[in-house]
Write a protein that binds this ligand. Structure first.
Ligand code: AMP
Length: 189
């Protein structure tokens, strides 16, 4: 199986690139952000609890997102998965390794997209005009999300570097240029 973690700060292009990777490599896209927004839309109890955290740019508790991913791994059958926006903490990364171990499987590579902070803020504000996402509308919430990324999420890169699986790529350029870099990296991995 080909299991890829697509990593990077909010606005790095993970969602856009995931769609292209899924088409090319026949993987299932698992985005915890998308799954949480679907819960909110459906008005579930989980969605209601998560909404205020998401709107404030904070992380949803580890056990909630780990539970959602575990459910997906149990039920979706694929040639592999692309994890987008997960893991976002070291605990989530460890939990993912354990979940995959249950299927005698593992992460093949972590691909991290590097984009300067100013560009991230511009991209997110631009996306907010169309996405309607509350967390993309305000510069202060965007800055909080970037702070959470630096504070709690960036360590995940070291976790995979320790396993020799971390690949960092330039996330600047056109969607096609970035996808070309990712495609080459996956083919090498
Ligand atoms: P995203 O669509 O990946 O930008 O995620 C939007 C929001 O959902 C994040 O700002 C968090 O509030 C929440 N979220 C998504 N994935 C996770 C995760 N793996 N761990 C904790 N919170 C998450």
């Amino acid at each position: 199986m080909l299991n890829i973690v697509l990593f990077g700060p909010p606005g790095a292009g993970k969602g856009t690139q995931s769609k292209l990777i899924v088409d090319k490599f026949n993987l299932i896209h698992l985005s915890t952000g998308d799954l949480l927004r679907a819960e909110i839309k459906a008005g579930t109890e989980l969605g209601l609890k998560a909404k205020h955290l998401i709107d404030a740019g904070k992380l949803v508790p580890d056990e909630v997102v780990i539970g959602m991913i575990s459910h997906k791994l149990d039920n979706d059958k694929a040639e592999g998965f692309i994890f987008d926006g997960f893991p976002r903490t070291k605990e989530q990364a460890k939990a993912l390794d354990h979940l995959l171990e249950e299927y005698n499987d593992s992460i093949s590579a972590m691909i991290s997209l590097k984009v300067p902070e100013e560009e991230l803020i511009n991209r997110l504000l631009e996306r907010g005009k169309e996405s309607g996402r509350a967390d993309d509308q305000s510069e202060s919430v965007i800055k909080d999300r970037l702070h959470v990324y630096r504070d709690q999420t960036e360590v995940v890169k070291e976790y995979y570097a320790g396993q020799g699986k971390a690949i960092e790529l330039d996330g600047l350029g056109s969607v096609e240029q970035v996808f070309d870099r990712i495609k080459n990296a996956i083919e090498k991995a």
